[in-house]
Ligand binder design. Structure first.
Ligand code: IPM
Ligand code: MN
Length: 369
């Protein structure tokens, strides 16, 4: 397999974690004889500093011609004073729109060896395994009109939540299709008791469900969903929801995994798939070698599975992560016990690379028997 991967390290901890994800991908390529090339381009605050804009045209071109895009994180307090359209985050939203991926897949699992890192009691979090399918190109993030109307000390600000039937249908189809590969259940989350967008959402999802008679569908209001996610996470398989609800609920669900640093994401459905850890740029810990690279590394595994259909290689990375967790290695965010073996960002990356090699060896030996 050959693939050109564009890497957008971005801001804060982004460069540190993507560096480790790239090393793991290089290791996989070595082991299996694939040829991956990596080209770095500026995005977000890093791009504002270099070029004055959060998403230079050269970055967009490179991404559009890539086989896949791997992004670190975007956002920096240095640009807090800028209007939204000039902030680093505007670059990320523009990138998502240019690439066209409308379904953002965010898996959340409780690793047994990490259950102590979760504030949830073991019997609640254990075996939880949720896939968020977050709509990524609509809702309040992109709705027009939006703006601030100055008015003599009593300014007003407004955003528009808007969804069309076709935008809801296409993301719902992704949720039902992925539920077929899992435990066959979709929970659609909305606020249909108040919002018209949610009423259309619920009607449309219910109609799309008729094409998937093998899948069970239920609906929850977002406030109730927020509670069930931490009181009874095992009731969920696939959670389908709109952009802002998905943003909020997926961070909340990180408590199941023990840390936001563990979570990966894949954005699919567009011209070029985009892979990014769910965590942000974490400027407070950037550059200190303590960030958790596992979310970025797990995003690289999703890249292998979704873009290249390399299921074995993806599973090897995931098994390697589990193996390193079981051996007790921890970055600061997931450390809980005095017996934990504390490691830096790059040590964690190296451990996963080594484990990928031995997991692949084991699988080879198994097939050879
Ligand atoms: C995420 C992030 C982004 C979002 C920000 C950085 C714009 O929080 O990917 O979840 O809100 O989508
Ligand atoms: Mn978020």
């Amino acid at each position: 397999m050959q693939l050109r991967i564009v890497v957008l390290p971005g801001d804060g901890v982004g460069p540190e974690v993507t560096e480790q994800a790239v090393s793991v991908l290089r290791e996989v390529a070595n082991i299996h004889g694939h040829s991956f090339t990596f080209a770095e381009h500026p995005a977000g605050g890093a791009a504002i500093r270099q070029t004055g804009t959060p998403l230079p045209a050269s970055t967009v071109d490179a991404c559009q011609q890539a086989g896949a895009v791997l992004l670190g994180a975007i956002g920096s307090p240095e640009f807090d004073h800028l209007p939204s359209s000039l902030k680093p985050e505007a670059g990320l939203l523009q990138l998502r729109r240019e690439l066209g991926g409308f379904a953002n897949l965010r898996p959340v699992k409780c690793y047994e060896s990490l259950s102590a890192a979760s504030p949830l009691r073991g019997e609640i979090a254990e075996d939880a395994d949720i896939l968020f399918v977050r709509e990524l190109l609509g809702g309040l993030y992109f709705g027009e009109p939006r703006g601030i109307t100055p008015n003599n000390g009593n300014s007003a600000a407004f955003n528009t939540m808007r969804y069309s039937v076709s935008e809801i249908e296409r993301v719902a189809q992704v949720a039902f299709e992925t539920a077929r590969q899992r435990r066959g259940k979709v929970t659609s989350v909305d606020k249909a008791n108040v919002l018209e967008t949610s009423q259309l959402w619920r009607q449309t999802v219910t109609r799309v469900a008729c094409d998937y008679p093998d899948i069970t569908l239920d609906h929850l209001y977002v406030d109730a969903a927020a509670m069930h996610i931490i009181t009874n996470p095992r009731r969920f398989d696939v959670i389908l929801t709109e952009n802002l609800f998905g943003d909020i609920l997926s961070d909340e669900a990180a408590v199941i995994a023990g840390s936001l640093g563990m979570l990966a994401s894949a954005t699919v459905g567009g011209e070029v798939d985009l892979y990014e850890p769910v965590h942000g740029s974490a400027p407070d810990i950037a550059g200190r070698g303590i960030a958790n690279p596992l979310g970025a590394i797990a995003s690289a595994a999703m890249l292998l599975r979704h873009t290249l259909k390399l299921a074995d290689e993806a599973a090897d990375i995931e098994a390697a992560i589990e193996h390193v967790m079981e051996a007790g290695y921890r970055t600061r965010d997931i450390a809980t016990a005095a017996t934990d073996r504390m490691v830096t960002t790059s040590e964690m990356g190296e451990l996963v690379s080594e484990a990928v090699a031995s997991v692949a060896d084991m699988r080879y030996a198994y097939h050879a028997v």
